[in-house]
Design a binder for this molecule. Structure first.
Ligand SMILES: Cc1cc2nc3c(=O)[nH]c(=O)nc-3n(C[C@H](O)[C@H](O)[C@H](O)COP(=O)(O)OP(=O)(O)OC[C@H]3O[C@@H](n4cnc5c(N)ncnc54)[C@H](O)[C@@H]3O)c2cc1C
Ligand code: SF4
Length: 404
């Protein structure tokens, strides 16, 4: 006798909507939760559902992407890269080539929280039917910067952040259209990561027509070289005409219960000349109003003083007067990334101190990457672990051993 869960292979959207069980697309997040025994029951496999892995273009030049399209396809499609550069960069900058080859657009948008408590079978927090958040009083090193919900783990979806910046619509069950904001809600509900109900299948993502002359960049801070969820990530789209910024979209991910569009930063950019001063002023607004979980503001201020100065000096690649479209093009500077990354440092500081007491060595500070691996500094061939130490714990292997 076998304990294998019931598996339904569906061939139409109607079948998928009626079938009872949890949807599996590429399976990269789904299988991880099954392995950690935080998901069980029947499986509805949509991986071979026909018609959902195409990219179509309408007469306005706008793309319609099926939700079974893999992230590799989105990252490498030449027409998408041209029309929606920020989206393609985001798809190519997350996870690893192997994951991107399996992961689908729909699964990427609907992946569940990476919180180590929620991914351990013995912790029943809000996300798993319980009535408390263990992270709030426990380990919340990777917790939110914008504390807006009883749950303090940020939304993990890079593609969600990028699609909010592109003001995309998602199609549910091949029939209704919703905005990205409707898909995720305002993040105040601690029990769920998105607002799809059972029996609702994400079928297509509709992008608006491309904006002429757009330059865009995706940027992330990550705790190790690659293969990790971001500590903070941002995507910026800009148009510059006659020496003035005419169009701006700034979104950030991994800092709140849902990916956020920073409209006040956009407003500070539009109508301004594209100089480093404008960028600095707009970037300074990125953290306006955040309430980092469990970090008293006085500690924020003192850490900010220590962290902001050296990091801004290190990244002095921004020279006054340098045109913003070139900066966006070479990804040297995205408004808000550094400031948000520094906020995240504040949250990490207490954890690093405890780690040093326990292990006698300091944990590395987050490093900022543009999504591309830094091959120059990669590990020498033949070595299997970091020189002088064990492989650092990542969000993924951390889930196997929850904190006491
Ligand atoms: C090492 C590593 C690093 C990673 N780094 C990042 C990162 O930086 N940023 C990031 O965003 N992700 C990251 N990921 C996560 C990865 O992107 C997701 O696991 C992947 O996108 C999920 O896609 P999938 O098709 O495998 O989804 P699945 O695992 O099959 O499904 C995920 C969830 O979505 C639901 N679902 C899937 N498709 C549909 C649909 N069409 N309609 C309704 N529900 C659906 C499923 O029920 C399930 O709950 C990383 C993963 C790993 C292993
Ligand atoms: S942060 Fe959210 S997912 Fe993590 S323990 Fe708290 S309620 Fe659960």
């Amino acid at each position: 006798m076998t304990n294998a869960p019931e598996l339904t292979q569906v061939t139409t959207v109607e079948q998928a909507a009626q079938a009872k069980g949890e949807i599996r697309a590429g399976g990269t997040d789904f299988q991880d939760r099954r392995r950690h025994q935080v998901s069980s029951g029947p499986i509805v496999d949509i991986h071979r559902l026909p018609g959902l892995s195409a990219i179509d273009w309408d007469e306005r030049g706008a793309a319609r992407i099926g939700t079974l399209t893999t992230l590799t396809t989105i990252a490498s499609d030449p027409r998408l890269r041209d029309a929606y550069p920020g989206l393609a960069q985001a798809a190519g900058g997350l996870a690893t080539p192997q994951i991107r080859a399996m992961a689908t657009l729909g699964g990427s948008l609907l992946q569940r929280s990476r919180c180590w408590y929620a991914r351990h079978p013995e912790f029943r927090c809000y996300q798993r039917g319980g009535d408390r958040c263990f992270a709030r009083d426990g380990e919340h090193e990777h917790g939110v910067v914008f504390d807006t919900s009883p749950c303090v783990h940020p939304h993990p979806s890079t593609m969600g952040m990028a699609l909010i910046g592109y003001e995309a619509l998602v199609e549910v069950n091949g029939a209704q259209w919703r905005t990205m904001e409707q898909l995720y809600g305002d993040g105040s509900d601690p029990t769920r990561d998105h607002r799809l109900e059972e029996g609702e299948l994400l079928t297509t993502v509709q992008l608006p027509p491309p904006v002429a002359g757009e330059r865009a960049a995706y940027f992330r801070a990550i705790q190790r070289r690659e293969a990790e969820w971001a500590i903070v990530e941002a995507m910026t789209r800009l148009c510059v005409q006659d020496g003035v910024i005419t169009f701006a979209r700034v979104t950030v991910g991994a800092v709140a219960r849902v990916p956020r569009r920073l409209k006040h930063v956009e407003a500070a950019l539009i109508g301004q000349p594209p100089t480093a001063v404008t960028l600095e002023q707009a970037a300074a607004l990125a953290t306006a109003g955040p309430a980092p979980c469990h970090t008293p503001s006085t500690r924020c201020a003192s850490f900010a003083a220590r962290f902001l100065r050296p990091s801004s000096e290190r990244r002095s690649a921004v020279h006054p007067g340098r045109p913003v479209d070139r900066l966006a093009g070479d990804q040297q500077r995205i408004p808000g990334v550094r400031e948000l990354a520094c906020q995240r440092d504040l949250l990490s500081a207490a954890h690093r101190r405890r780690h040093k007491e326990r292990c006698g060595r300091v944990r590395g500070h987050p490093r900022v990457f543009s999504g591309k691996p830094d091959w120059k500094h990669s590990r020498p061939s033949g070595t299997t672990s970091r020189p002088g130490g064990r492989t650092p714990r990542s969000s993924s292997n951390r889930t196997r051993r929850p904190p006491a």
